[in-house]
Write a protein that binds this ligand. Structure first.
Ligand code: FUB
Length: 356
């Protein structure tokens, strides 16, 4: 090929690509894999559960608060939760209206972030992170007899809780565990010494060659409103058995954890944040350690994605979010797509776009 022809070919290939807001390359001909589940409000961070034979989704409710974007996530200034439900994966979604408003959480300051829900003995427990009046993220709990709410918040945050993104997993022996934490705006790096450092780093520990900050896991008390015992690190090991390092942004934990059990193994799944992947690691116990296995969702359109994995009628599904409706980082929409466990236990890669 002549040099001019070669240059023209390179130009045409480059023109066929664009860069989405996550910094990921996507071709112009790509289409979104799944449609938004609901278009009347912006929703993100979908924690899905099957209660009473239906799918309930506990998302964040994104709003336009007019706050400019920064690494602390101040632009995510949500003020209430709406719970969604579906009779089946293909049925229309019901929005059950406001289930909990920030004004009814006595200790809350600002920013109602990603929630989760659990059930025990006739009561539904909604777990939520919100900054307290000192601007420190804590995790609260609210209760209802109905999975769609409304929920009533406890007067204080859960004792010993901090950071964001609670995900509650109930094992087959009925013991519940809370996984929680997120770096950068989720403030986990500010708790590295065991107490909150208000002047701590805005991002991570800035220790590239040290083990990365870990997600946290703790047993929940039988009353589901308190921690039972110490908070543990969720350690993710590489192939040689060493913890992932701080500089390993493609693989290390950032935020948005989830736990599901499949064929007796514990699958710890999470967002890598600034590299925009969903990754997974497998262990033999809820506390880990977990062995890093790979990514299973390529970057979506938008800065964050946040997910949950649920089994419904013997099929597995991934709930996640992107910014298809708005094109804006802080106005997201939740989606669902099938998830496949391969016979060897690995999770099949999901591309949030399909090529025409
Ligand atoms: O929705 C606010 C925050 O963005 C969540 O807590 C994170 O997981 C990220 O999705």
């Amino acid at each position: 090929m002549k040099q001019t022809q070669f240059k023209l070919t390179l130009f045409l290939i480059a023109a066929a690509f664009m860069v989405n807001s996550a910094g990921a390359q996507t071709t112009q001909k790509q289409q979104f894999l799944s449609p938004p589940l609901i278009k009347s409000i912006y929703t993100a961070d979908p924690s899905a559960h099957v209660f009473n034979g239906k799918i309930y989704i506990y998302p964040s409710h994104d709003i336009e608060a007019g706050i400019s974007e920064n690494d602390s996530g101040d632009h995510f200034a949500m003020r209430d939760y709406h719970i969604l439900s579906m009779n089946s994966i293909t049925d229309p979604v019901t929005d059950h209206g406001v289930a909990l408003d920030i004004k009814n959480i006595p200790w809350a300051g600002r920013q109602l972030w990603a929630p989760d829900c659990a059930y025990k003995n006739g009561v539904y427990y909604l777990y939520f992170p919100v900054k307290d009046k000192n601007d420190v993220f804590r995790i609260g709990v609210a209760t209802s007899k109905d999975p769609a709410g409304p929920f009533k918040a406890e007067p204080q945050p859960i004792k010993g809780s901090y950071s964001i993104d609670p995900a509650v997993f109930t094992d087959t022996d009925r013991q519940s565990y809370m996984y929680f934490g997120g770096i950068w705006g989720g403030q986990l790096q500010r708790w590295a010494t065991g107490k909150y450092e208000s002047n701590g780093s805005k991002t991570d520990l800035q220790q590239d060659n040290m083990p990365a900050l870990s997600c946290k896991v703790v047993k929940l008390n039988q009353n589901m409103k308190e921690f039972d015992g110490p908070v543990h690190d969720v350690v993710i090991l590489d192939n040689s058995g060493k913890p992932l390092l701080g500089k390993d942004h493609d693989r290390r934990f950032f935020e948005g954890s989830w736990m599901h059990k499949y064929n007796g193994k514990y699958y710890f799944t999470y967002s890598t944040g600034d590299t925009h992947y969903l990754a997974y690691a497998i262990g033999d116990k809820p506390f880990g350690p977990f062995r890093y296995k790979g990514i299973f969702l390529k970057p979506v359109q938008g800065w964050t994605t946040h997910h949950s994995i649920v089994e419904f009628k013997e099929k597995w599904y991934l709930f996640y979010h992107d910014t298809e409706l708005s094109g804006k980082t802080h106005l997201r929409n939740v989606k669902v797509t099938p998830l496949e466990h391969r016979p060897d236990g690995s999770i099949a890669m999901i591309d949030p776009f399909r090529s025409k």
